[in-house]
Design a protein around this ligand. Structure first.
Ligand code: FES
Length: 79
């Protein structure tokens, strides 16, 4: 079982530090993260926004993304 991170590829692409953090997390946890890229996630007012599982994170920063993923991963590792 993997931790799912969902985001709008169209809106988020312009936030390079956030995309770089997501890439780094993917490299760090290749078997634990499942990334879903949508063309719109109905969060146009809250860009950049992400879903980590069912947790909605509007105007997410790279630091918040890193912290939330690291905090939730133990529950998804080795499942
Ligand atoms: S177009 Fe990106 S969230 Fe709607």
């Amino acid at each position: 079982m993997s931790l799912t991170v969902t985001f709008c590829a169209l809106c988020t692409a312009q936030y390079y530090p956030l995309m770089q953090t997501l890439h780094n997390l993917q490299c760090e946890y290749p078997d634990e993260l499942f990334i879903v890229e949508l063309n719109c996630m109905a969060a146009c007012e809250d860009v950049p926004a992400m879903l980590i599982e069912s947790e909605y994170l509007p105007r997410i920063t790279p630091e918040t993304l890193y912290e939330r993923v690291r905090a939730q991963l133990p529950a998804y590792q080795n499942n």
